[in-house]
Ligand binder design. Structure first.
Ligand code: RAM
Length: 350
């Protein structure tokens, strides 16, 4: 079946080159192919509402166009779990894989195999080595995220004192990019009064993240702020802080629907404010990108555009990475701040 589809694409291309098939017919053929394809989404792990939100957005667009959607949530946020899934998807002859990578380098071999099998591979949320994927649907600029996090810590700590960072695993590309960004920004004079005392890894799991938050409070009696770069971690840690009745505050990246009860201005509420992008839209953008690649509408090169009906910034431009002009990404947009004033509205959105 896969070969037939490829053959259709090749036939259409040959006919078009010979001037036999009109441009409109080409687009139609491509759209039909994209609509009928089999599209896979691989999240970092199960037990994380953020990943379900991304998967929902992805599925909505794929099935809305008549495609088949295969959603995979690994049991653990590790490369090995994702490698097993990718192997299976190669056997299933899917047309495209969108993956939130648990590891920057360890997926390269298996993703190369997927590409050799004719599968379009993109990353979303968390990137791999650039050669392993065609393009990356990036939620927001890593420097912007890092700057936003540092400024939140600075503001909540009152410009001075101890802070800690709660991450997921030491291998997650997105977490590491934001972390490194924060460490660079922290060298600026403005942040000289702040001291990073610990980086904890909660594996994107509720229990582990809560446990790490408790350890941070215990090990650092002068700790003022925890910055959680993980949506499942921030909620679990916020709950732990509320239970511990500590003065330590938390901020970071979190889903408003989950965090709502922990956001507030009063002393007892652990989170003054937090940030995120729309994870459903990120999943939708990944789906549109996969469809455009499978249909041949784009190749993932800089200058391509992805039409994403219903998304705020459509059409989305494929841009070259400043540090690797051969590689590209597609930026979803900016971050939204969830405050005591707007949380009641946002908690019903995602
Ligand atoms: C967690 C994951 C994900 C990250 C969000 C903010 O759910 O680590 O990759 O983007 O948090």
């Amino acid at each position: 079946m896969k070969k037939n589809k490829r053959w259709r694409k090749i036939t259409a291309a040959v006919l078009a080159a010979a001037g036999i098939l009109s441009g409109t017919m080409m687009v139609q053929a491509a759209a039909e192919e994209a609509a009928g394809g089999k599209y896979a989404f691989i999240s970092k792990s199960i037990d994380n509402p953020y990943n379900f939100a991304m998967a929902d957005g992805f599925q909505e667009i794929i099935e809305g166009a008549g495609g088949e959607c295969v959603i995979n949530h690994p049991m653990n946020p590790y490369a090995d779990d994702q490698i097993t899934i990718i192997n299976s998807l190669i056997s299933q002859e899917v047309d495209a894989i969108a993956i939130a990578a648990n590891d920057e380098t360890r997926l390269t071999g298996i993703l190369d195999e997927a590409k050799e099998a004719g599968i379009q591979v993109i990353t979303v949320d968390s990137d791999t080595e650039h050669s392993a994927r065609v393009t990356f649907c990036n939620q927001a600029d890593a420097e912007l995220i890092a700057q936003t996090m540092m400024d939140a810590v600075y503001d909540i700590a009152g410009g001075e004192g101890e802070y800690a960072i709660l991450s997921t695993t030491p291998h997650a590309t997105n977490q590491n990019a934001w972390l490194e960004g924060m460490e660079t920004i922290a060298k600026d004079e403005k942040y000289a009064g702040l001291t990073l005392v610990d980086i904890a890894y909660g594996e994107d799991k509720a229990e582990e993240s809560a446990e790490k938050a408790r350890e941070l409070i215990e090990n650092h009696p002068d700790l003022k702020v925890i910055c959680a770069l993980t949506s499942s971690g921030i909620t679990a840690a916020a709950k732990a802080l509320a239970e511990e009745e500590t003065n330590v505050k938390i901020t970071g990246l979190g889903m408003p629907s989950e965090l709502a009860e922990y956001i507030g201005n009063d002393e007892d509420t652990p989170c003054p404010y937090a940030y995120l992008w729309n994870p459903e839209d990120l999943g939708r953008l990944a789906a549109y990108t996969c469809q455009a690649l499978v249909s041949g509408g784009i190749t993932g090169q800089a200058g391509d555009t992805v039409n994403a009906d219903g998304l705020e910034n459509t059409p989305y431009e494929v841009t070259a990475l400043p540090d690797d002009p051969e590689a590209t990404e597609i930026l979803l947009g900016a971050l939204t701040c969830f405050t005591p004033d707007n949380i009641d509205t946002w908690k019903d959105v995602f």
